[in-house]
Design a binder for this molecule. Structure first.
Ligand code: CMP
Length: 137
């Protein structure tokens, strides 16, 4: 069984998309092994998005991701990392097909509603950043 880190970003919570997005994960048959609503600190934002720290969009990204509550999850299932990435659609919603979360609910790359780990290494790192072992059921 594979686990991935999945997060509904501040634009998703602000727009009341939490139930709709969680429902898609559940209906797909994936299992939610941990979940919490939280506000990301600057420190956690820098750790989570460490690979983007030198990118020109980083300061906007940090401001946005810390701007309101997120819903962080550990999602489990066979091939969960790839399946969740496909359910999310492309990073740029303009490239995301209708039927995907970003294809249905997002318009711009910097407000793209959800985040999901892109590899087993990122999944392990991100789950570890957001959850302690005893929070994962
Ligand atoms: P996410 O999957 O959370 O990973 C990094 C985020 O940076 C990405 O989604 C986008 O929301 C955000 N971002 C903002 N601007 C850009 C950009 N020009 N290219 C890639 N990602 C961007």
């Amino acid at each position: 069984m594979e686990q991935t880190f999945f997060m509904i970003k501040p634009d998703g919570t602000r727009r009341n998309l939490v139930g709709e997005i969680i429902s898609r994960i559940e209906k797909k048959g994936l299992e939610i092994k941990a979940m919490k609503m939280m506000q990301i600190s600057n420190r956690l934002a820098k750790k989570h998005y460490a690979e983007h720290i030198d990118k020109p969009f980083f300061s906007d990204l940090k401001e946005f991701i810390t701007s309101g509550p997120v819903v962080a999850m550990v999602v489990e299932g066979p091939g969960a990392i790839k399946i969740v990435r496909r359910m999310m659609g492309q990073t740029d919603p303009a490239e995301s097909t209708p039927g995907s979360i970003r294809g249905d609910y997002a318009l711009s790359i910097d407000r793209n509603v959800v985040h999901g780990s892109d590899s087993p290494e990122s999944a392990e790192r991100e789950i570890d950043l957001f959850f302690s072992e005893d929070e994962i059921i």
